[in-house]
Ligand binder design. Structure first.
Ligand SMILES: Cc1cc2nc3c(=O)[nH]c(=O)nc-3n(C[C@H](O)[C@H](O)[C@H](O)COP(=O)(O)OP(=O)(O)OC[C@H]3O[C@@H](n4cnc5c(N)ncnc54)[C@H](O)[C@@H]3O)c2cc1C
Length: 413
């Protein structure tokens, strides 16, 4: 049910119907059918129809890591999602102008794939359809002007004369939500001074499931396999570069764009036939200094928004969601403990190490690879050569990227 009226009372409020809010609603509603969940989506001020694009989805493509596939399978969602993905069966990492390069092959790590690429808006609409089938999830629209009022046994979310009381309120509104700032929650922000130019390429040769990560002096370029469209092979481009250069490329004609891509990336993917859906996204890292308070939790990019070079943001969030599900699974529907600080702190404690590792990795990778300083350049080439020469190191690196070096990775289909 989708309405603008808030119920007076509910068990859980999830504010934000992006990838995080949708996945969390889906998991908690299935896990405990007697919990009532209110999923709030942002209402554009002058428009009643919230499409996935209005709701914050640009044309980005998301790589779902193997750990995410396992979690989504466990939630019963993977079979619908899989047909819209392209599997990454091999990753080729290289450094422009240097000899270091590495080739990671999924089968060597006994994996079917390192990850699965899907259009974020497509994923959101699949998740949204799944949520709509759940009778204990109600949807409503709110503007960005709501406030949160902590009370003894929960939080009241108030928007104008409308208000709802919930025992657990999850903010999944995207980066640094206003409601959290109003509560005095601080965010550590780092501007990378760069942006990601994303685009879809139509290829003339099959991609064979190969993803490329190429480090250049101005930033990394990733090329990811996409599902074929009208029998044409396609790839998603994520090109990290300084804003002026990105804007130049955004406005360049197609031939110029392709020529410049060849200069930076080489012709390893064969001739590019067309470029579509160019978008520029500024790159910053924003991490909340507090993720939990009594009856309140920040999740998804509200909790941590990362540099996309390592493709880890949403994968990390899915592991957060899986852990929250586990922590809350011991709480019965009528148990007053839902949302209490002790259970939320237990969640936070279980997620601390994985979050810290992924935040650090996503931060360090672009800095190391965008730097032309000679010792660093030698070090990264040695690292890439090392990856190629040392199977143990390569396996560890690949398992990290696939999200399999964490306890949440144990979910099996
Ligand atoms: C270029 C790029 C590539 C990426 N690639 C990958 C990748 O390969 N793999 C990966 O794991 N991650 C990737 N990420 C990260 C991933 O996109 C994010 O982790 C993910 O989209 C975060 O989802 P979210 O729902 O937390 O936040 P958002 O997508 O920002 O959604 C927040 C939602 O909250 C809504 N909202 C805002 N205000 C309100 C309000 N007041 N009330 C209700 N709703 C509100 C918004 O409309 C939106 O629907 C990438 C990011 C970028 C920028």
């Amino acid at each position: 049910m989708n309405t603008n009226i808030l119920p007076a009372e509910t068990d859980i409020v999830i504010s934000g119907a992006g990838l995080t809010g949708l996945c969390l609603a889906s998991l908690l509603a299935r896990q405990q059918p007697s919990w009532n969940i209110l999923l709030l989506q942002a209402a554009p001020p002058d428009d009643d129809s919230v499409t996935s694009r209005d709701a914050g989805f640009d044309h980005r493509q998301i790589v779902l890591a193997e750990s995410s596939r396992r979690i989504l399978s466990h939630m019963g969602l993977w079979s619908d999602i899989e047909q819209h993905t392209a599997a990454i069966t091999e990753i080729r990492v290289s450094d422009r102008g240097h000899i270091g390069r590495s080739q990671l092959v999924a089968l060597e790590q006994n994996l079917d794939a390192y990850g699965y690429v899907i259009d974020a808006a497509q994923l959101a609409s699949l998740l949204s359809a799944a949520v709509d089938k759940l009778p204990n999830v109600q949807r409503s629209k709110v503007t960005n002007h709501f406030v949160l009022k902590p009370i003894a046994n929960g939080i009241v979310l108030q928007e104008g004369s409308n208000s709802v009381h919930a025992r657990l309120t999850v903010l999944a509104n995207g980066t640094a939500p206003l409601a959290a700032q109003k509560l005095g929650i601080a965010f550590q922000c780092k501007d990378y001074g760069q942006c990601a130019l994303t685009a879809e390429l139509t290829l003339t040769k099959a991609h064979r499931g190969i993803a490329y990560e190429r480090f250049t002096s101005s930033g990394p370029i990733a090329l990811l396999p996409l599902p074929d469209l009208n029998d044409s092979p396609r790839a998603a481009l994520v090109w990290t570069l300084p804003l002026p250069e990105a804007e130049d490329l955004l406005n360049a004609d197609e031939d110029t764009f392709i020529e410049r891509l060849y200069v930076r990336f080489g012709q390893r993917i064969g001739p590019v036939a067309a470029v579509a859906r160019r978008v520029v996204v500024p790159l910053a890292r924003t991490v909340a200094t507090e993720q939990v308070r009594n009856h309140l939790l920040l999740m998804g990019s509200s909790a941590h928004s990362l540099h996309p070079v390592a493709g880890q943001g949403f994968n990390l969030t899915l592991r957060d969601i899986a852990t929250l599900g586990e922590v809350l699974s011991g709480i019965a529907a009528d148990d007053g403990n839902l949302g209490n600080l002790a259970s939320l702190q237990l969640y936070e404690e279980r997620r601390r190490a994985d979050q810290a590792r992924v935040v650090a990795f996503s931060d360090v990778l672009p800095a190391v690879f965008a730097n032309n300083n000679a010792p660093l350049s030698i070090a990264r080439n040695l690292a890439l050569l090392g990856l190629d020469l040392a199977p143990g190191l390569r396996n560890a690196f690949a398992r990290f990227g696939a999200g399999l070096s964490t306890r949440e990775a144990r979910f099996n289909d």
